[in-house]
Design a protein around this ligand. Sequence first.
Ligand SMILES: Cc1cc2nc3c(=O)[nH]c(=O)nc-3n(C[C@H](O)[C@H](O)[C@H](O)COP(=O)(O)O)c2cc1C
Ligand SMILES: Nc1ncnc2c1ncn2[C@@H]1O[C@H](COP(=O)(O)OP(=O)(O)O)[C@@H](O)[C@H]1O
Ligand SMILES: [Mg+2]
Length: 149
Amino acid sequence: MIHKLPIYVSGEIVRGFGRGSKELGIPTANFSLDVVKSLPESLHTGIYYGWAKVNDSEVYKMVLSVGWNPFYNNKEKSLETHIMHNFDCDLYGQTLKICIVGYLRPEQNFSSLDDLIKVIKSDIETAKALLDTTENQKLQHAPFFSAKH
Ligand SMILES: Cc1cc2nc3c(=O)[nH]c(=O)nc-3n(C[C@H](O)[C@H](O)[C@H](O)COP(=O)(O)O)c2cc1C
Ligand SMILES: Nc1ncnc2c1ncn2[C@@H]1O[C@H](COP(=O)(O)OP(=O)(O)O)[C@@H](O)[C@H]1O
Ligand SMILES: [Mg+2]
């Protein structure tokens, strides 16, 4: 069974492999393995979209990857958020809160890095449009984002 959405997740931003910004030009804020392990079993691996807040920032649109990154064949499951906002500095150690709103597609392997980048860019455009619906806009103002913890 597929887990009912939205799901709310919060945790510290930790280091990944450093590939998001260097190889893909698309940075992803990674959660620790502890947070990944705390996810409901029924949250399938794949690509999702939703809302994200870093420390006391505004709530921004985001896209999320949950799984093993088949293109890189990671050994540990990861939960990585690309936030649709230009931050001036890195975000390591800050608290990331996310609301996972909807599912986009399964994780895929690709024959080239360019193909992976193209698909992620199209995920970003799809997510931006889907988050503009009235129903999804409401979640930007969910009490979760204004709560202290
Ligand atoms: C929206 C989105 C979609 C992604 N889709 C895939 C995918 O289909 N296959 C894959 O192997 N990795 C996918 N990734 C994960 C990237 O490979 C990963 O973010 C990148 O390797 C950076 O990892 P790092 O944080 O450890 O540096 C996706 C990431 C995002 C943000
Ligand atoms: N818009 C953004 N979305 C996500 N992370 C960002 C963003 N802007 C800057 N960053 C920073 O870049 C880091 C992610 O880059 P990435 O290359 O994926 O590194 P890592 O492999 O350590 O996760 C984040 O941890 C954060 O500190
Ligand atoms: Mg990352």
